[in-house]
Design a protein around this ligand. Structure first.
Ligand SMILES: *Cc1c(COP(=O)(O)O)cnc(C)c1O
Length: 232
């Protein structure tokens, strides 16, 4: 199937899952994860209607930026503080904030160029050592600290990468945990906080994620096919 056909298919499944819980399919944002794919394929996806793309490495964003058609870039991977400066003027949202130190660096760089950067806090619900992110318990503390000191960031919600399992039913509980944390904070009124995104669900489990409340899904393989890491 072509990239366009894959996107159409994902949209059908996304709509199905959204309707299942009484949600408008348009209210679930599809972010195409473009890591390891070149500008040509990415542009094909943009021509097929994709408006948001996600990358997990700073270097890949820099390498492709000039050759990709106008689109919103999302930083979805672990971000080192010393690399924030390279992407601060290129991405529209950073999903992977998991420390005050990183938030403060984003804040500093955003202030320098006169913008407010949208961020999500990354939650690691299964507390896997191999993954970045804070625990649900730590969320309140980090959120408060960021709101207190970072005047040039807006906290727009939470992001999570749940453990991989072939059967998404086995990770449904983790999606539910993150949604639970999201709900705890979503109605707090603060001028630098607007919870509108719950970013979770990937190629093999996005329907389950949507059923549990995700409204932003990050899908790579199901759009572009298997990745070839050897070319990197
Ligand atoms: C690669 C990646 C995805 C997409 O994974 P697929 O299984 O290819 O859909 C989503 N989120 C993050 C953070 C990723 O690094």
């Amino acid at each position: 199937m072509s990239i366009k056909e894959n996107i159409e298919h994902i949209k059908v499944l996304k709509a199905e899952a959204a309707r299942k819980i009484g949600k408008n399919p348009e209210d679930v944002l599809l972010v195409a994860v473009t890591k390891t794919y070149g500008a040509e394929k990415i542009n094909e996806a943009i021509d097929a209607g994709i408006k948001d793309i996600g990358e997990n490495k700073v270097q890949e964003i820099l390498d492709k930026y000039e050759n990709v058609k106008p689109v919103k870039w999302h930083m979805i991977g672990h971000l080192q503080t010393n690399k924030v400066k390279y992407i601060i003027d290129k991405v529209s949202m950073i999903h992977s904030v998991d420390s005050l130190k990183l938030a403060e660096e984003i804040n500093k760089r955003a202030a320098k160029i006169g913008i407010v950067m949208d961020i999500l806090l990354q939650i690691n619900p299964a507390m896997e050592e191999s993954k970045f992110g804070i625990t649900s318990k730590e969320t309140g503390e980090l959120l408060c600290a960021i709101l207190e000191t970072c005047t040039n960031v807006r906290v727009c919600g939470l992001m999570s990468i749940v453990p991989y399992d072939e059967n998404p039913e086995n990770v449904r509980k983790y999606f539910a945990m993150v949604k639970n944390t999201y709900d705890k904070f979503k109605d707090i009124e603060h001028n630098r906080m607007e919870f509108k995104y719950l970013s979770m669900g990937m190629s093999h489990d996005f329907q389950t994620a949507i059923e549990e409340g995700a409204n932003l899904i990050r899908v790579g393989t199901a759009i572009f096919g298997n990745r070839d890491y050897s070319k990197q």
